[in-house]
Design a protein around this ligand. Structure first.
Ligand code: HEC
Length: 122
């Protein structure tokens, strides 16, 4: 009996410590990896000369501009930034991931603000 409950406890600890509840940026990271990393690289450094780094980007530094660039894309030569279809919630996760990971911003962006910025870039 003791053996079984210890096993259960261990299982519980493992489940909790490896669960996604651990990393508040996991959702945003997932979106970044699947939609942005192929061009801007996993570490956000871009590709010399062709794709801007998100770390030093003045566009990305401003949350409202970042939202519009993601939703509208940028028509440019020789490479363009493709517009992304993202709802407000995943977009909030993505912006918070980018801020946290590449800009070391500590304050979180809220869904309400994201919704306002989405409206403002139409
Ligand atoms: C197919 C490649 C590609 C993908 C995928 C892509 N981008 Fe871009 N992105 C670009 C290119 C190329 C530019 C530069 C366009 C230009 O010349 O102004 C750019 C520009 C930007 C800029 C403006 C940077 C600056 O300082 O001018 C931001 C911010 C940005 N991308 C964020 C993102 C995010 C966030 C994602 C994922 C949702 C993403 N991009 C996905 C290619 C891509």
């Amino acid at each position: 009996m003791k053996q079984i409950s210890f096993g259960l406890l261990l299982f519980f600890i493992l489940a909790v410590s490896t669960g996604c509840g651990n990393n508040p940026y996991a959702k945003g990271e997932e979106i970044y990896v699947s939609r942005c990393a192929s061009c801007h690289m996993t570490d956000g450094s871009g590709l010399a000369g062709n794709i801007p780094s998100l770390k030093e980007s003045e566009v990305a530094a401003n949350n409202a501009n970042l939202v519009c660039v993601i939703l509208k894309g940028i028509k440019a030569e020789p490479l363009e930034m493709p517009a992304q279809e993202l709802e407000a919630i995943p977009l909030t996760n993505l912006v918070n991931y980018i801020n946290h990971q590449f800009k070391e911003k500590t304050s979180e962006v809220r869904l309400d603000s994201i919704k306002t910025w989405i409206k403002n870039c139409d």
